[in-house]
Ligand binder design. Structure first.
Ligand code: SPV
Ligand code: MN
Length: 614
């Protein structure tokens, strides 16, 4: 009850923190906070009001606990994750289900009784001797139609420090936002004190009924800061089951492109983790977000999107001046607060990472301890300078082309182009545009991608529908149906109807007369592919019609390459855009067969496949 909750809070918080908690009056929120304190039994509770003093206390507490260390550059710190926890723990992540409940085969499930048992056994007293830090955040600009507030509770100051960079603190407006959105999310994490001696392993539990996540004995932000992918899952669920035809919750970047005459068109694009969303987002002239998008149909018939985040938790491998000049400027320049994770730190306190285009230091400390070039692991395998999933956390507004005003607008930005892409070495061309909304939806359904280092224990080439597969809690059939319904909605005006397109940056010369190792393109070509879609959306250029959709014409691409001062030989165009019919037919066959085994998938999916095959 509220009375019990208040009694717990009065007993557990000192005067100053009790006072700081007073603007929060949402009864369920107070009860959840009190419950969390009762379970975790922290020595103290710190309420983060988001004031500069409170945020500074969090930064210092992270240093004091040793979760972060200062680097040479002011505002830069390094955080190392536990060795077995440097990416998302896919096999240790569960949805809590009720007795008799049947849900998606994409997710791991845990019965409520077992989950309760786990929390009792392994979370009781998990914060013994530690301070629980509590923050209040908005997933999106405050007041936006698709924004939802969240409570983040953790004994890790690194987690709250990251939250301050990645989400909008809404301490003052939490009550109002919880009422407006009608829901709020609660996230409870602790890295524990004596891990790993006292527990089997880390766990992440997601309770869709109570919109609450529990995360234990882990340190990687993708596992601990569950406002990111944990709450994204709840939003996917909410869009599918409560806001069908109204909202989508996607694993997408958002960026604006400037076209002829200075016009700006926004594009949102899905790609699995580690497949270029951050780079693509920063290629545009109006960068809004690099990982997540909350999307809805506005009253004027346009499709609008907000970024639930205000920061970047980006992969640093292969970030260099050539491909990512704006990000590089933040990482190597002065004046940007950056939390690094799992990179190499040299003896001067400077971070280094694989693919940065700079010289390799002679020694340093990385995610596996002391390192120098040539170091191998117990199996004789070379240890890279930085972990493949090493990250940098910083404010998006630090990036030179960030469109801060548009990104903070609760009305969102209008999306004219949707893209879908994966790591596909041998089948699809660099860019193609769907002929119909249904074909566009099927491009999203058909993403196939090579696994990356962003998930622990996941290998091989997999289907990655909408790049959202790891985050779909309900059934794939329901999610897919919601996509068809959304994009065919009559609420979308003729002018608001988007171009839907496929992208593939990972095409190699494998079946195009080469060794299969050479990429048919470069990172900066992204500007051309997006530029072509911007012009196509405007009707400035037309495409060559094929069964998979429209392909760009050589001359149009050549002109766009000229804008980035690059030659574009016709022989390269031929290799990139000749359709490899055998591979495409084989892909369609595999897709039809694999999706044929799933229950209740929309018939439209198979109709599009059949038409393309014919
Ligand atoms: C991703 O891996 O897709 C990320 C980082 O964006 S994580 O928080 O791990 O999800
Ligand atoms: Mn992501």
């Amino acid at each position: 009850s509220l009375e019990d909750a208040q009694a717990v809070l009065e007993k557990s918080l000192d005067k100053a923190n009790l006072q700081k908690l007073s603007p929060i009056t949402t009864v369920d929120a107070l009860i959840k906070i009190a419950n969390s304190i009762v379970i975790c039994k922290p020595a103290a509770v710190f309420i983060n009001s988001g004031s500069p003093e409170d945020v500074q206390w969090i930064r210092e507490h992270a240093l004091h606990k040793g979760e972060e260390k200062k680097l040479a550059k002011p505002g830069h710190t390094i955080h190392f994750d536990l060795p077995e926890d440097q990416a998302r723990l896919v096999n240790q992540t569960y949805y809590i289900i009720n007795e008799g409940e049947k849900i998606s085969s994409l997710a791991k499930l845990l019965l409520r009784d077992e989950a309760t048992q786990y929390v009792r056994q392994y979370m009781t007293g998990i914060m013994d001797g530690m301070t629980m830090i509590i923050g209040f955040y908005s997933r999106g600009p405050v007041g936006a139609e698709a924004a939802v507030p969240a409570i983040e509770m953790s004994s890790s100051a690194y987690v709250l420090h990251s939250a301050e960079l990645l989400y909008r603190n809404c301490y003052d407006q939490f009550d109002r936002e919880a009422e407006r959105a009608n829901i709020f999310f609660t996230n409870l994490h602790s890295e524990g004190k004596n891990r790993p001696e006292d527990v089997p392993n880390a766990r992440i539990l997601m309770d869709r009924s109570w919109l609450t996540t529990f995360s234990t004995y882990c340190t990687y932000a993708g596992n601990t800061l569950l406002m990111k992918k944990g709450n994204h899952r709840f939003c996917v669920d909410y869009a599918t089951y409560h806001k069908k035809e109204e909202q989508l919750s996607e694993h997408m970047f958002i960026t604006g492109l400037t076209g002829p005459g200075g016009r700006v068109n926004f594009c949102a694009g899905a790609a699995p983790s580690g497949c270029g969303k951050t780079t693509t987002a920063m290629v545009g002239s109006h960068f809004v977000g690099d990982d997540l998008a909350q999307i809805w149909i506005a009253a004027d018939g346009t499709i609008r999107a907000i970024n639930p985040e205000k920061g970047i938790f980006g992969i640093v491998e292969d970030v260099n001046r050539e491909g990512d000049p704006y990000l590089m400027e933040c990482l190597r320049g002065d004046g940007t607060e950056v939390i690094w994770s799992n990179v190499l730190i040299d003896e001067h306190g400077v971070p280094h990472w694989v693919g940065n285009g700079e010289s390799v230091p002679e020694r340093g400390v990385n995610f596996q301890g002391e390192w120098s070039p040539g170091k191998t692991d117990a199996n004789g395998k070379p240890i890279p300078m930085s972990h493949k999933n090493s990250r940098c956390t910083l404010l998006a507004s630090a990036i030179a082309n960030h469109a801060t005003e548009a990104a903070e607008d609760p009305a969102g930005v209008p999306i004219r182009v949707f893209t879908y892409s994966g790591r596909d070495s041998d089948t699809m061309p660099p860019v193609w545009a769907a002929r119909t909304m249904d074909e566009g939806v099927v491009i999203g359904a058909s993403i196939v991608s090579q696994a990356t280092a962003t998930e622990v224990g996941v290998t091989g080439v997999r289907r990655q529908p909408w790049a959202n597969a790891p985050f779909i809690p309900g059934s794939l059939a329901d999610y897919m149906e919601a996509q068809f319904v959304f994009f065919n909605s009559e609420k979308i005006s003729a002018a608001g109807r988007p171009v839907m397109a496929g992208l593939n940056y990972f095409l190699t010369d494998g079946n195009r007369g080469g060794s299969g190792n050479k990429l048919l393109g470069e990172k900066r070509d992204v500007k051309v592919w997006l530029g072509w879609l911007e012009r196509f959306a405007h009707g400035d250029v037309t495409g060559i019609e094929t069964p998979i959709g429209y392909l760009p014409r050589y001359d149009d691409l050549k002109a766009l390459f000229a804008e980035i001062n690059k030659e574009y030989p016709e022989s390269l165009y031929d290799k990139q855009f000749s359709l490899y019919i055998d591979n495409i037919l084989h892909r369609l066959e595999l897709q039809t067969e694999a999706y044929g085994k799933e229950e209740n998938l929309p018939a439209k999916l198979f109709e599009v496949y059949r038409r393309q095959q014919a």
